[in-house]
Design a protein around this ligand. Structure first.
Ligand SMILES: [Zn+2]
Length: 307
């Protein structure tokens, strides 16, 4: 009998929002972190004509907390507080009335480095969007000691207190890099944390580990908006130091595709609801991604090489 109640669950409980991360706008010197204003206008127009609504990250978290429908909700986040965003991005966000969340690289902003906004420009952005913290010195957090992570974070917090007068509740990891130790420390300062793992955001997703899809170059936004969370139970990524030995989990799909950075994709059959993949692959890069997908459903994990 109790299964009957499933029929009364509102459909929007299965709805999912999408978060994007942008860096530079119209700065072709850096193709890997750049988005052209032409592209940006394309996204805004697609969203408008297909019924998507952009909100700030804090608004999404509030909607989630209140159990509101987050279907067709999009959040644009902007990392690093580059001057090119201020100059070329902000006017477009204003024109199309799209809110955003700007994660400030506080050392670069405080010390007025050439490519970055100063605090006055950051304040200007806060009139149309909202602010989050993107560390003090933009370090590779996982390479720091606990004490060094805390020191970097306190410097960023103090800069916000001094120049803005408050400390945001949101943080984005530099380079999207973190592990469980880093996450625990950053979470003791900030309840809301954004990573840079591609994926969607469900009503049940944790607010201290929010996936964001990076937008650079030319992107088919309609495909990114189709991404959904792939539900896998008991997902395990087993390692022997820097070798990935086994990836396993439980899913209702007939097969999954598994991606590992520098190894590529592999189709893996699901037998009796269980899949197992033994790549025995030695990590080549410091920052690696494991993506498990089925059509547009996916889950991704970041694996850092031990150095
Ligand atoms: Zn950054």
């Amino acid at each position: 009998m109790r299964y009957l109640y499933l029929f009364f669950l509102p459909l929007w409980l299965f709805a999912e929002a999408h978060l994007f991360v942008l860096h530079r706008i119209d700065d072709s010197r850096h193709p890997y972190t750049n988005t052209s204003s032409k592209e940006l206008i394309k996204y805004f127009k697609y969203m408008k004509s297909h019924g998507y609504k952009a909100v700030k990250l804090s608004t999404l978290i509030k909607m989630q907390k209140e159990g509101k429908n987050i279907d067709k909700i999009v959040v644009f986040t902007v990392d690093d507080s580059y001057k090119s965003f201020y100059k070329n991005g902000l006017p477009l966000f204003k024109k199309y009335n799209i809110p955003f969340t700007l994660f400030v690289y506080t050392k670069a902003t405080t010390q007025k480095w050439g490519d970055f906004m100063n605090w006055e420009q950051v304040k200007d952005c806060a009139k149309y969007g909202e602010l989050g913290v993107h560390s003090w010195a933009h370090p590779h957090l996982a390479k720091l000691s606990d004490k060094e992570i805390i020191e970097d974070t306190k410097k960023a917090v103090n800069a916000f207190k001094k120049y803005i007068g408050y400390v945001p509740k949101m943080y984005a990891y530099p380079y999207g890099e973190y592990d469980e130790r880093v996450k625990k420390i950053i979470n003791s300062f900030f309840p809301i944390i954004a990573n840079q793992n591609p994926g969607a955001y469900a009503i049940t997703s944790p607010k201290n580990n929010i996936d964001r899809i990076a937008l650079t170059g030319t992107v088919d936004i309609s495909k990114k908006l189709k991404i959904k969370v792939l539900n896998i139970k008991n997902l395990k990524i087993e390692r022997d130091k820097n070798k990935i030995t086994k990836i396993s989990g439980y899913t209702k799909k007939p097969y999954v595709n598994i991606y590992i950075t520098k190894l590529g994709w592999k189709g893996v059959k699901v037998k009796n609801g269980y899949f197992e993949y033994k790549p025995n692959f030695t990590l080549k890069k410091y920052r690696n991604r494991v993506i498990i997908s089925y059509n547009y459903e996916m889950i991704s994990k970041l694996i850092l090489k031990e150095e």
